[in-house]
Design a protein around this ligand. Sequence first.
Ligand code: ATP
Ligand code: MG
Length: 559
Amino acid sequence: MSEEKKSLNFLEQIIEEDLANGLPKEKLRFRFPPEPNGYLHIGHAASICLNFGLGLKYNAPVNLRFDDTNPAKEEQEYVDSIQQDVQWLGFQWDKVLYSSNYFQQLYDWTIQLIEEGKAYVDNQSSEKMAIQKGTPTEPGVNSPNRDRSIEENLDLFLKMKNGDFDEGSHVLRAKIDMKHVNMHMRDPIMYRILKKHHHRTGNDWCIYPMYDWTHGESDYLEQVSHSICTLEFKSHRDLYDWYVDQVYDTNLLRPKQREFARRNLSYTVMSKRKLLQLVEEGVVNGWDDPRMPTISGLRRRGYTPASIRNFSETAGISKRDNVTDVALLEHCIKDDLNKTAPRVMAVLDPVKVIITNYPEGEEEFLDANYNDYAEGFGSRAVPFSREIYIEKEDFREEANKKFFRLKLGKEVRLKNAYIIKAESCIKDENGKVTEIHCTYDADSRSGSGSEASKRKVKGTLHWVSIKHAVSAKVNVYDRLFTDEAPDGHKDKDFKEFINPNSLNTIEAFVEPSLKDAKILDRFQFQRLGYFCVDKDSAENNLIFNRTVPLRDSWAKMEK
Ligand code: ATP
Ligand code: MG
């Protein structure tokens, strides 16, 4: 086997086999088929990257098809957000299509099926039908309505369509086999009555086709060669094939459904239904809350499209259910931002430092690179003055040898600036340090070329000049759930595992160059982590979201 062949995933292998067996390459066509009943999440990204990735690999068109057969839950807002998210991830579809485009065609085919004696109207209660369906180990029994005449079925189905019946009173079923080993083949429902406004077809229809009846036929109509879905549809494959075979014209391509395992992430819930609950119950502030695993939440959090594509690629696709460690996702964004984000200074938990031998009223602007380790980032001027903030935790009166930060009697370097030495500190009545008095070595300015500038001291601290600092709100996020598998407990609701401290908003001080930062700009706050400008940020109300801290638990695990 060649190197390239070995690295193909199992879906690519299937495609390669089909090509080897005579499928012309130009017939390859894929689709991504979201239901517009919520925002896309990181699980969808797996499917998007997979389908659009195949499109790119084989130079084949990929449709974005909205699977909009349930008017009760679908909305234009979701259609819009899905398009925005797919494009933001960096993919371009061939056509935007809707299953609802095919309602008339599906209806016409249904009439044919009824005329061929392959579908019937059932007006039993859903409970009755469920009992008749049998179980995986017991065959089902036929509905008493299974042998209605074709004329009667046509008449009843027309009445269903015309709105003569109430919701839930009648369904149309395919007449397949109530004893089939596959339960999905036991006379599945093709249509139900729903007297609801549809976001595209309005009130044109009050009968709506079921997923199975719609999906394969939509693939067939669009001539999708490989219809890739998640594992829970594997048992639907027989039905998918049965439906396609009812209308299949041998001159055309017969689409093929193949399945891969859903992407699950630790410490995360991924079903749209559950995410909707979090939004509706106010657990989070909307679908794009930076704690959400939605694409829009991750975007607002500071994730880049490249990091999400890289995550999807690295996590790979699998034939079996599995859980991906959320640390891998965090690693992917760190890896990207490490290469792309300018480094700046911000102090999140400040304590005042007075440099007693620095002249009062004086200020200077120090040249500071945006990235000391890579070319092309440029530099900015960072103001320095007699009074600065450093992080509280960067100072101790006394500490052991391993504490390389500021302690009384010892020196540290201020990043891009001078070496300072802590001389004394002032404390409040509770013993909390409120002010640190230091002296500085005036010859030690970074980059000045002097002997003192090259002097090695163990620690380097970030800081901001108090006079010049800009205040900013910083949202520090933690995981939304405290449990690795919040929806994996039989006896407990996933909401019992919500982390009460998933958001901590801090009043921080940032260097003045950040005043001009634009929404979604991303930075490394030195020694702290990666942060991005929130969409609600404004010139006089700067807001940053912490994307990830610097510590990389994934990289550590890999070592
Ligand atoms: P949810 O259960 O979150 O509502 P869904 O499967 O109902 O998801 P759809 O809008 O129907 O959501 O999904 C669109 C496509 O994305 C489908 O092909 C589906 O299989 C795929 N998909 C959805 N969730 C995941 C996931 N977690 N991992 C991989 N693919 C997914
Ligand atoms: Mg769905």
